[in-house]
Design a protein around this ligand. Structure first.
Ligand SMILES: [Zn+2]
Length: 155
């Protein structure tokens, strides 16, 4: 618990440093998108969890012992679900993943790093016998489609 709090503090500190230094001159929408740095219990995550629960599945959250600390873990099925924010995880061809024009290079390298890490995590999980599903934040608005996708993955 103590460790988690420290990490959270450190992350918040780092974020505020980033905001102060480089990204002062951005509009409010962009700023709020940036601030949605990988948190716990985000709104999209809650929606996905609720759907899965309603479908009758039980899950664990943020298993520290698995690569990438997956958002949702279904231990019995050996399956994990990541709920990715489009901006931070660089969703291809997604409107929400558009980079701010200011400091585009800095953003781009940050996002590319995140994408590489995400790919690595999925590979590591596969090696350990875990199947991964990525749910993008922008897909959450269509519950029917999302539910079908989850059902397919979990069946
Ligand atoms: Zn997206």
């Amino acid at each position: 618990m103590l460790k988690r709090t420290t990490q959270k503090k450190r992350r918040r500190k780092a974020l505020s440093r980033i905001n102060k230094k480089k990204f002062v001159n951005v509009d409010a929408a962009t700023r709020s998108r940036m601030q949605a740095i990988r948190g716990r219990d985000t709104q999209p995550e809650l929606i996905v969890r609720r759907l899965i629960h309603r479908m009758g599945f039980r899950y664990s959250l943020y298993r520290q012992d698995l690569p990438g600390r997956p958002d949702i873990v279904l231990p019995g099925l050996h399956k994990v679900i990541f709920v990715h924010g489009c901006f931070w995880h660089g969703h291809l061809n997604c409107r929400r993943a558009r980079l701010p024009t200011k400091n585009a290079d800095a953003w781009s390298s940050k996002i590319v790093t995140n994408q590489a890490r995400d790919r690595r995590v999925v590979t590591q999980l596969a090696r350990l016998g875990w199947k991964s599903l990525i749910v993008w934040e922008c897909a959450i608005s269509n519950n029917k489609k999302l539910e079908a996708k989850l059902a397919r993955f979990l069946s």
